[in-house]
Design a protein around this ligand. Structure first.
Ligand SMILES: [Zn+2]
Ligand SMILES: [Zn+2]
Length: 362
């Protein structure tokens, strides 16, 4: 059986200006064209991110190779391309039309992020601390959370095209993306980030819409999440996003009602771009929930552990938890994938903060 059903073609990303090649390690792989064994250089920054799961792409190193040489999930059998996802992929108890429709919309809002710059302000605990101020392409995952409409004469479209135009569009949409803070750290990294919408499969890459990141709108370093803004005056594209976003609240409420009295809800679903390849859905169970409270900041949140499969490139991906303690379903602050575990030892994957609640009562 072909072990690379999704990422069979090589993907070339932006040219990195990496200066750390002497630290590169070698990875052996089979070249598809002639079957010969080829040695690829693995980017040294891969070793500088702890348990986080950003995919790092060297200028001679392509994500298809990374997909093939993956040791965490060889064969990627748990990764279901979005077009092939069906109710059969869910545990029997959750084979429900509303859950299925929710996951389809939620997955459509999931995006690939390609970032090139490493902020000079990354903290010591952040991945790529030793590469601050350098450029190399790397991929993570994010998801659209909000769309805002603008048609004010004084607020022209800030997209890349309009920024250099004498006649910028007056009607435009701001699109907010949520990811992990270890994926996109601050404004300097957001500005070097490209967001790829609708990268559903290798064969229809012409459907991909690309937007540049503009600015961070909210973040939490301890909770490892970040929200940033993009803009578009392509109203047809924006409508596709809004059409996916609009039914989610209703579906979330219906699912909540349906499973209200069930106190054995343990599903965790993730949509991500493993190794920077086309989008996949993985389904598993959450095993542990932790609650955090920061009284001084009037903030509290939860984090989850789960068996749901993730790989490099899944960092920042949305994690949809169906659990008794958490009924947000469609919430503004959902959980993002933060750390990868080890399937061979049973160590689960972990999310960043979700269900974030800010209270201002003293
Ligand atoms: Zn993998
Ligand atoms: Zn524009």
């Amino acid at each position: 059986m072909d072990d690379s059903p999704i990422c069979t073609k090589r993907i070339k990303l932006a040219d990195p200006a990496d200066k750390a090649e002497d630290r590169a390690t070698d990875v052996q792989s089979q070249d598809e064209s002639d079957g010969k064994s080829v040695v690829f250089k693995q980017h040294p920054a891969l070793e500088d991110q702890g348990k986080h799961e950003i995919e790092v792409l060297d200028k001679d190193y392509e994500s298809a190779i990374s997909w093939k040489t993956c040791t965490k999930n060889p064969g990627h059998f748990d990764f279901i391309p979005t077009a092939k996802f069906s109710q059969e992929n869910l545990p029997e108890k959750f084979r429900d039309e509303d859950i299925y429709q929710f996951i389809k919309s939620w997955a459509l809002l999931t995006v690939r992020l390609v970032t090139t710059f490493v902020s000079r302000d990354r903290t010591e605990k952040s991945p790529f601390f030793s590469s601050r101020g350098t450029y190399f392409p790397r991929t993570g995952t994010g998801k659209v959370t909000d769309v805002y409409h603008f048609d004010d004469e004084d607020t022209p479209c800030p997209c890349q095209e309009c920024a250099s135009s004498k006649t910028p569009a007056k009607i435009w949409k701001a699109i907010w993306i949520m990811t992990a803070m270890h994926v996109v750290f601050d404004d300097t990294e957001v500005e070097s980030t490209t967001v790829d919408f609708f990268y559903e499969d290798e064969e229809s890459k012409s459907d991909i819409v690309k937007l540049k990141g503009l600015r961070v709108v909210d973040f939490n370093l301890d909770g490892d999440w970040c929200k940033f803004e993009c803009a578009t005056h392509d109203l047809d594209f924006a409508q596709r996003i809004e059409d996916a976003l609009s039914p989610m609240m209703d579906l979330g409420e219906k699912i909540q009602e349906k499973f209200e009295d069930d106190d054995d809800l343990n599903m965790a679903v993730i949509a991500s771009h493993p190794h920077g390849c086309a989008k996949c859905i993985t389904v598993g169970k959450w095993s542990d929930v932790r609650k955090f409270e920061k009284k001084n900041d009037n903030v509290r949140w939860t984090t989850y552990s789960y068996t749901t499969a993730t790989c490099k490139g899944s960092s920042g991906a949305p994690v949809w938890i169906l659990g008794t303690d958490r009924r947000h379903m469609y919430a503004y602050y959902s959980h993002v994938h933060s750390e990868g575990g080890d399937p061979t030892t049973g160590e689960p994957n972990k999310s960043g903060a979700g269900d974030v609640l800010k209270t201002w009562e003293i």
